[in-house]
Design a protein around this ligand. Structure first.
Ligand code: SAH
Length: 225
C-alpha cells in the first residue's frame, strides 16, 4: 500500500469510526486525519492501521483503537496551544495526535524499548513538540508541571495523586480507572481549585494495566533499561 492509499483509508476511518460515533471537535478530527497511524505499527501490521481496533505493538503492549484516542483527546477539551502530559507513550501515536493540537506534549513510558522506539518514530516524522521520557508515569513528569491537560493510556486502580497535583487549576485529567486490572471506567477529573476536583464518568473501556508506584504492582517486572 502506498502513501495515498493510506491517506484514503485514514479519511474513511475518521468519517466512519470517529465522526460517525459522535466526535465533533474539528481540532480532534483534523488531528486524526493528519497522523499516519501505519507509521507507528510494526512493518508487517501497516495494512491493519485503519481497522476499528487496538493492535499489538512490542513488549505485549497495544496501540489504542483510533476511536478511543479521539474520544480521550476530545474529553481533554483542548482549544489549541496547551501543555499536555501523556502517560503510556506506547507507539507514540496518541502523542502525535495530541501534538497537532497542543503546543507541547510530554509523554512518559515505563518500558524503555517502547520509549526509545516511539521517540525515534516521532522524530523521524517531524513531531518535534513531543518529548519522551522513560520513567514510571504514575509519578507524572514534575519538571514541566503544571499541565493544562493530562491523559493516561493505561488503567489504574485509582487516580494517582501525583497526577492530580501536576494538573493546573482548571485543567483536565482523563484516565481509565477501576478495581479490575483489565476493565475500567474512563473518567475525567477537572481541577476546580487547589484542593477540589470534579469527576465525571465518560465510558466503559478496556486498557492494559497502569503499572507503577501509584498504579498496579508489577507481577512481571519491566525489562531492564
Ligand atoms: N498511547 C499509546 C497506547 C499505549 S498502551 C499509543 O498510542 O500507542 C499503554 C502503555 O502504557 C503501554 O506502553 C505501557 O507500557 C504503558 N504504561 C503502563 N504503566 C505505565 C506507567 N506507570 N508509566 C508509563 N507508562 C506506563
Amino acid at each position: 500500500m502506498n502513501k495515498q492509499d493510506f491517506a484514503k483509508q485514514r479519511g474513511a476511518m475518521v468519517s466512519r469510526q470517529i465522526a460517525g460515533r459522535g466526535v465533533r471537535s474539528p481540532l480532534v478530527l483534523d488531528a486524526m486525519r493528519s497522523v499516519p497511524r501505519e507509521a507507528f505499527l510494526p512493518v508487517n501490521q501497516g495494512e491493519f492501521a485503519y481497522e476499528d481496533a487496538p493492535l499489538q505493538i512490542a513488549e505485549g503492549q497495544t496501540i489504542s483503537q483510533p476511536y478511543i484516542v479521539a474520544l480521550m483527546t476530545e474529553a481533554l477539551g483542548l482549544q489549541g496551544g496547551e501543555k499536555v502530559l501523556e502517560i503510556g507513550t506506547g507507539s507514540g501515536y496518541a502523542a502525535a495526535v495530541l501534538s497537532r493540537i497542543a503546543s507541547s506534549v510530554y509523554t512518559v513510558e515505563r518500558i524503555d524499548q517502547l520509549a526509545t522506539k516511539a521517540a525515534a518514530t516521532l522524530a523521524a516524522l517531524g513531531y518535534h513538540n513531543v518529548h519522551v521520557l522513560h520513567a514510571d508515569g504514575t509519578l507524572g513528569w514534575p519538571d514541566h508541571a503544571p499541565y493544562d491537560a493530562i491523559v493516561v493510556a493505561a488503567g489504574g486502580p485509582a487516580v494517582p495523586q501525583a497526577l492530580k497535583a501536576q494538573l493546573r487549576i482548571g485543567g483536565r485529567l482523563v484516565i481509565p480507572v477501576g478495581p479490575d486490572r483489565q476493565l475500567q471506567e474512563l473518567v475525567r477529573v477537572t481541577r476546580i481549585s487547589a484542593n477540589e476536583y470534579k469527576t465525571e464518568a465518560i465510558a466503559d473501556v478496556r486498557f492494559v494495566p497502569l503499572v507503577g508506584e501509584q498504579g498496579w504492582g508489577s507481577s512481571v517486572p519491566a525489562p531492564p533499561a
